[in-house]
Design a binder for this molecule. Sequence first.
Ligand SMILES: *Cc1c(COP(=O)(O)O)cnc(C)c1O
Length: 371
Amino acid sequence: MLLLIPGPVQTRPEVRAAMAVDIAPWDDDTQAELAALRERLLAIAGGVPGEHAVLPVTGAGHAVVEACLRSFVPPGGKVLIPLNGAYAQRMARLAREAGRAVVALEVPDTRPVGAAEVAAALAADPAIGHVGMVYSETGSGIVNDPEAVGAAVRAAGRRLVLDAVSAFGALPFRMDAHPECDALAFTTGKCLEGMPGIGMAVARTDRLLACAGRAGSWVLDLAAIHDHALRNGWGSHRFTPAVQVLHALGAALDLYDREGGQPARLARYAENARVLYEGALALGLTPYLERRHQGPIVVTVHQPPDPAFALRGFVAALKARGVLISNFFSTATPTFRVGCIGAVTPGEMGAAVAAMRDALDSLGVRRRAAA
Ligand SMILES: *Cc1c(COP(=O)(O)O)cnc(C)c1O
């Protein structure tokens, strides 16, 4: 089965095989392994040892995004969130439920937020301390621009929390070039092509010290995780981590390095997305995004207006042809969503497009272009 979903992604056999061991978290070898993993991840994040720290939180990605918001935005503090997609909405909910005040910046889910829009919103409300932004919006496939938006946040003297969960490892971002960024969040199971189960933040250590005590949660307190590492070592854990996931991440990073790191991964994903986008057009389908806004992580396509089309039936017909895509959508209007990330080649993407053609034909879907 070819898994074309934006996490957990298709993985390589070497990564899956690395899970098949029993591991003691406190063992010296395990601790050395986590410490080494942190160094490798810090390098991918463009972090500087001592100035930035990699802070793991076992759990789904939402847990680490919540930890970033709780640890840096003060209780009752205002966070501006450009709402151009389902994951931005989720970030807003995480912040609200944690008792932070969300200032919504409404933006359609078909385009990135403009840096000028963010600058204007910040100028209009000096009480906003943070901007919370999703880098790659996994709901629609757009990519917001942390270079331009980060510069606007910096110029306004505010702080940035970046949800880079579906971007990290493929789309470029360097913490050392973004002093306005308190933290970015990512997970093991997306563009790094590891197993799901651990979220990680890369955070500024000066800000961790300055913001200590804000989280209102023991589990989701990045300052406490940092403090624990300072006292007990960079291989230590506060609670039982998903050790097999960490071990498999080492294998995934070996493959990442062998492929050529971030530029090579981005190039492969961008080619996957191009094959899919062109393929959808050739099948008479209408991609949800204009080509200039189409990112390399996820391609969403308007559901055909033909009454013979139903999402679940289409997903089942594709699955019968060896391709698994999401059986739900989270765009403003009905779409189907195809992930371009994971251990997937452009050749396999071409085969997936052929499977889509067969599936549509078998269902008798003739009217395919969006109205
Ligand atoms: C996957 C993802 C998350 C986290 O999702 P989980 O299901 O909690 O792992 C958060 N933000 C974005 C943009 C994502 O793509």
